[in-house]
Design a protein around this ligand. Sequence first.
Ligand code: FMN
Length: 299
Amino acid sequence: MSEHNKPWDSNQITREYFDSLLVEMRHIDAVIPSTKLELYGETFDTPIMMAALSHLDNVRENGMVEMAKGAHAANAVNWAGMGDEAEISAITATGARTINIIKPYADNDYILRRIEHAERCGVMALGMDVDHSFGGNGRYDLVLGEEMKAKSLNELKEFINSTKLPFIIKGVLSEQDAYKALEAGAKGIVVSHHHGIMNYAVPPLYILPSIAKVINHQIPIFVDCGIISGMDVFKALALGADAVSAGRVIMEPLKKNGSEGVKDQIIKMTEELAGVMARTCSRDLKNIDPAVIWHRNGW
Ligand SMILES: Cc1cc2nc3c(=O)[nH]c(=O)nc-3n(C[C@H](O)[C@H](O)[C@H](O)COP(=O)(O)O)c2cc1C
């Protein structure tokens, strides 16, 4: 099997789905579009956010802080995944408006302490990647020696009720979990398969319209996995996302040019997005008509 033909690989399936979506054009009455994002009472220049990455020191020295600086310079939302308290403090000290995704550690008291620490650092929101509790063998995962555990609805409610900040559930890939996220009191969800944590995972954009129906504009919907261009971002927004996260696509620019590279990559993708919005008569992020998306046969 060649490197590029892995029919089970969720990243490959997700790319195929992005490429199966076509976009009609609408020119009459079109205007210069706005890509401004309103999120949790703050305004950003773009709906393209950093993904909740971690351990970027092997990509670039001080990689997580460099990424935060780049997001801040582009007036984009920064996200941060697993990392110790000192790293979260250093990331937020850059001034980047940051969402901290805390792992589903087995020890709930530790999670509550991490929530408190993130609050003290002034994060704009926090959350949990509920899709990273298991390894592929059906046992709880050990992530860098730290034991994980699946969380019940009641445990999620306890975390959510422990903070006044918006709490986001990352790793929703079913209507069932979307209903549960609402019931738990989440203030946002990330539709994601965690860059292919399981084979044959449904592409986030494929299931997004069904999840958006469940959420029904009650809380913001974010999407990640495989977003590499402004066109991908447009398709996600058209199908029901309020904003997206980009992870692996910023790695190379981060490696080459640090925070400048990250900033340039966000701006480039935002301009591509604006280009598609202009040609589809989409005046702003709230006015992208899902009917501009056409599905190629076969999906
Ligand atoms: C190096 C790396 C580290 C990551 N660490 C975390 C993490 O700590 N917490 C988390 O929720 N997701 C983590 N992720 C997953 C990303 O947040 C995101 O869901 C995934 O990479 C899909 O987006 P992408 O295709 O744009 O990279 C990590 C991804 C990468 C590539």
